[in-house]
Design a binder for this molecule. Structure first.
Ligand SMILES: Cc1ncc(COP(=O)(O)O)c(C=O)c1O
Length: 284
């Protein structure tokens, strides 16, 4: 497999990153995951805007984010992969330097890595829904930054796996923040609810698309703090993310969500989401 590293396209096995890289030493980096739908990189501008925002907030200097879609396209070509059911992973760290906590010399170039890999959302899970657990949100106070420092997310995700579930919804001070790698929505009395944007959650691109679809279809939606009790009593729960799209949750901590079948609002949003990705397909 060919990957991109600091301006070159190389075999993954030949890609070398220094042990002095601050990504390795401090998780001092940001990343982004984008996805192709039938030839087109989905929501490119939103993903790039979030990446630029993360770079700004972490003060990592990398001015060529606009180049990433072209790099992604070249990765597909070099790996002879079709631009569908594939994702582009990008990671930018503050570069390699002698280990001290504060920033290295300004002349230190960032480390820029990208690769492509298959990404498909299970149609079976989209149809039947998934089981999730809840767990304490043990993350830091800048979850708005898509940082590579994901240890708390990793631990939460592993708890889900060990419980036979697919995702872990995180709770902080009795409120729902988000899941280990997706945004959380609940539906009660026909109103779609999700946590408001703050330093406690990532501004999910799919979250934004879902809210936009609610708007377009006249489905009432509120970005308003969601309590644990509201989550447990919700008529419907679904997750949103680049990898899971609009994913119904049918079991929460081993108990059924309503009748343990994807709800009607979730279904409508899934259809609208699929239609929008199809629209991308036909606009090529
Ligand atoms: C913590 C977290 N929240 C939400 C999301 C969903 O974001 P997006 O829709 O941009 O993929 C992700 C995606 O990886 C995530 O890691």
């Amino acid at each position: 497999m060919i990957v991109y590293l600091n301006g070159s396209f190389v075999e993954k096995a030949a890609a070398r990153i220094s042990p002095a890289d601050r990504g390795f030493l401090f998780a001092d980096g940001v990343y982004e995951v984008m996805r192709w739908y039938d030839g087109r990189l989905w929501e490119t501008e939103a993903h790039l805007a979030r990446l630029r925002d993360g770079l700004l907030k972490t003060r990592i200097v990398y001015a060529a984010a606009d180049e990433l879609p072209r790099i992604g396209r070249e990765l597909l070509e070099r790996n002879r992969a079709a631009a569908d059911r594939m994702r582009l992973y990008v990671q930018i760290t503050r570069g390699a330097a002698l280990r001290t906590h504060a920033f290295p010399d300004r002349s230190t170039p960032p480390t820029v890595y990208a690769d492509v890999a298959p990404m498909d959302t299970s149609s079976d899970e989209l149809e039947r829904g998934i089981a999730v657990i809840t767990t304490a949100d043990q993350r830091w106070a800048r979850c708005d930054i898509k940082s590579t420092a994901l240890l708390a997310n990793v631990l939460a995700s592993q708890l889900a796996v060990e419980a036979g579930a697919r995702e872990a919804i995180m709770l902080k001070d009795g409120m729902v923040t988000e899941a280990s790698h997706s945004s959380v929505f609940a539906v009660a009395n026909g109103v779609v609810r999700t946590a408001p944007l703050s330093n406690l959650i990532l501004a999910g691109v799919t979250r934004g698309v879902v809210l936009d679809l609610c708007d377009e279809h006249g489905t009432p939606a509120r970005e308003f703090p969601l309590t644990e009790a509201e989550l447990r009593n919700a008529d419907e729960i679904f997750l949103a993310g680049t990898s899971c799209e609009v994913m119904p949750v049918v079991r929460l901590d081993g108990r059924p969500v309503a009748d343990a079948r994807p709800g009607i609002v979730t279904r409508r949003l899934q259809e609208a989401f699929a239609k929008r990705t199809r629209a991308v397909r036909t606009s090529t």
